[in-house]
Design a protein around this ligand. Structure first.
Ligand SMILES: Cc1cc2nc3c(=O)[nH]c(=O)nc-3n(C[C@H](O)[C@H](O)[C@H](O)COP(=O)(O)O)c2cc1C
Ligand code: SF4
Ligand code: SF4
Length: 276
């Protein structure tokens, strides 16, 4: 089966899912690439069956972010092969890969390969590093390998059939140190019982803000208005931390107590898993 072009789609507020999607694409022997960045807008596109779709989405609370689900609705096909990729912050991806596979199948794609990758956690900071710097060179090499594997799989087929599809539930799970996970769960339950308040959105130190508007451009949810950058519309904010990581003046912070817990309990390096 010959692949004429690639459709690379991602929702990626802090850029890690984008990096993984591009690295998977770099492994496929095809230079004709159409990019669909769904971080800020939806698209209405029909992907032809001679294209290969590579779709990467981050994991939020073990699921796909609702905004990503909405943005992916306009990406449809009548049988194109697809690679489903989720990127998570070294804790767990739980339901997200099955959700992405189901969404793509529902939109007319044939999921022929999948991958679970690790990206620097949106809550990671110098004080609380969580998978800092990932995806790194080793992760991106594995993403390229996934692209190569799917390319070679499709080249061996004349057409897609039920046996070409993958069941993403069968993907290997990363090793999960039990004690750290139990300690994390216990700490979260204790926080809930003590009614610890979670910040509903990042805070802005108005004395540091340069009013450069970068956070406005980075926000995928339209929660920050130009000229009023010290305010955040809490009802729109998805807590993606794109504005925090992208602020050149470090004026924005997201002081969630989760960051410390995640940094303390998920130090063990998880590795990407591929299914093809
Ligand atoms: C609201 C929110 C919830 C998250 N939930 C999880 C999670 O359940 N498990 C996990 O390992 N990482 C979680 N993360 C971390 C992201 O999945 C990770 O940082 C990912 O690389 C971000 O992708 P992006 O750079 O494409 O935005 C969460 C991040 C945010 C903002
Ligand atoms: S990116 Fe930072 S400095 Fe620029 S407007 Fe936003 S909060 Fe202010
Ligand atoms: S305001 Fe909220 S949704 Fe917008 S970039 Fe910041 S954290 Fe993300």
């Amino acid at each position: 089966m010959e692949i004429h072009d690639l459709a690379v789609a991602y929702f990626s507020p802090t850029g890690t899912s984008r990096k993984v999607a591009e690295a998977v694409a770099s492994g496929v022997a095809c230079t004709d690439v159409l990019t669909f960045d769904l971080t800020h807008n939806s698209v209405e596109a029909h992907i032809g069956s001679a294209s290969l779709a590579i779709v990467a989405v981050p994991v939020y609370g073990g699921h796909l972010p609702q905004l990503a689900v909405e943005r992916l609705q306009g990406l449809r096909s009548d049988g194109a092969p697809a690679v489903a990729v989720v990127v998570y912050g070294n804790r767990a991806y739980e339901h997200a890969l099955v959700e992405l596979s189901d969404l793509l199948s529902g939109n007319g794609f044939n999921v022929v390969a999948a991958g679970t990758f690790i990206g620097e956690h949106s809550y990671s900071s110098e004080q609380t590093p969580i998978a800092a710097g990932r995806p790194d060179a080793d992760d991106l090499r594995l993403a390229g390998t996934l692209g190569m594997k799917v390319s070679s799989k499709l080249s061996r087929l004349t057409s897609l059939s039920a046996s070409s599809l993958v069941d993403v539930r069968k993907i290997r799970k990363p090793r999960q140190p039990l004690f750290a996970t139990a300690r994390f769960t216990f700490s979260v339950m204790r926080m809930i019982m003590r009614k610890v308040i979670m910040p509903p959105a990042p805070l802005t130190d108005a004395s540091l803000c340069l009013h450069c508007g970068k956070c406005v451009d980075l926000c995928p949810a339209g929660a920050i208005k130009k000229g009023e950058e010290q305010m955040t519309d809490k009802s729109k904010c998805i807590k993606c931390c794109a504005c925090v990581k992208g602020c050149p003046a470090r004026a924005r912070t997201f002081p969630t107590p989760f960051a410390k817990l995640l940094a303390a309990n998920f130090k063990y390096r998880k590795s990407p898993k591929l299914l093809c």
